[in-house]
Design a protein around this ligand. Structure first.
Ligand code: G
Ligand code: G
Ligand code: NA
Ligand code: MN
Length: 256
């Protein structure tokens, strides 16, 4: 159980770190970018997974300030990697945006402020969202997304196929990438239903002109199947888990 007081302290004492999980081109095996994932260095418990505290960050509202830090931190690393010549055109760094963060009236202005005087970040930064960002009024959500697209950002629909991201949102939201949730990929070799679902989701995404990313690829056999189904990219322990920024820079270097 994560206590809110503990989280307040964690934010104050900067106990958080962003780690980076590679995304890979299914056909060529080359890096296409990364997803920034939050980690908490708990003073007693060690490294704590966000699965255990994202909910508490949301309900306490702490995610608002921390989310802005996540965005700034990711932009700072992106700037560094570009300056070092490690970040190629077309690669994207994704950050997860929580609904609470997205729904704030100041969100667009805060993002634009973060991107100000950094034209080189255009086309390199992506936001992973689920349908829970929709504010009730879908038109408002779409207009916020368009404004951010104009500022050079792209959007990925995360956890696609689960309760949090459905076909109707794929139709209505200006996303450029569909991420097939890892719960479908896990048993793709043995579960015929999962296999059909992944194949169908990949086909639908492709026909809609979206980049299709399969999440949670852990083995060669899963990679072979998602390749057959036409997924563009994958992410998963088979290539690598989320790693500290410096380690990810080495991965970038060795793939140059
Ligand atoms: O990295 P891991 O698989 O443990 O993440 C667990 C959950 O926490 C996932 O649902 C993931 O989307 C979410 N998460 C990880 N990092 C961030 C982040 O920086 N911001 C938000 N809002 N959610 C995150
Ligand atoms: O909800 P979201 O898709 O953002 O969640 C990302 C989470 O998935 C992260 O916590 C990350 O650690 C986890 N993850 C990434 N790759 C794999 C994988 O190959 N297998 C499993 N089980 N989890 C993974
Ligand atoms: Na995500
Ligand atoms: Mn996901």
């Amino acid at each position: 159980l994560v206590l809110e007081g503990e989280l307040h302290r964690a934010v104050e004492e900067k106990q958080f770190e962003l780690m980076y999980q590679p995304k890979v081109d299914v056909q060529t095996g080359t890096l296409t970018g990364a997803e920034a994932l939050l980690r908490w260095h708990h003073p007693e418990r060690g490294l704590v997974s966000p699965a255990l505290f994202i909910g508490a960050l949301e309900s306490s509202g702490l995610i608002v300030d921390l989310g802005q830090w996540i965005l700034e931190e990711a932009c700072q690393k992106l700037t560094l990697w570009q300056k070092l010549g490690l970040w190629h055109t077309g690669m994207r760094l994704s950050v997860n945006i929580s609904p609470r963060q997205f729904r704030r009236t100041e969100f667009v202005d805060d993002v634009k402020t973060t991107l100000r005087n950094k034209p080189y970040l255009k086309g390199a930064l992506d936001m992973e969202i689920t349908e829970s960002v929709v504010i009730g009024n879908i038109d408002e959500t779409v207009s916020i997304m368009h404004e951010l697209c104009d500022a050079g950002l792209s959007f990925s629909l995360d956890d696609f196929g689960t309760g949090y991201s459905s076909i109707s949102y794929l139709k209505r939201l200006p996303v450029s990438t569909l991420k097939i949730d890892k719960s479908f990929v896990r048993d793709i070799r043995v579960d015929r239903n999962d296999k059909v679902l992944v194949e169908t989701m990949a086909s639908m995404g492709r026909h809609l002109g979206l980049t299709v990313v399969a999440e949670g690829v852990e083995e060669q056999e899963q990679l072979t199947l998602i390749k057959e189904f036409g997924c563009d990219e994958y992410q998963g322990f088979y290539f690598g888990q989320a790693i500290p920024a410096d380690d990810f820079a080495h991965v970038l270097k060795s793939s140059c």
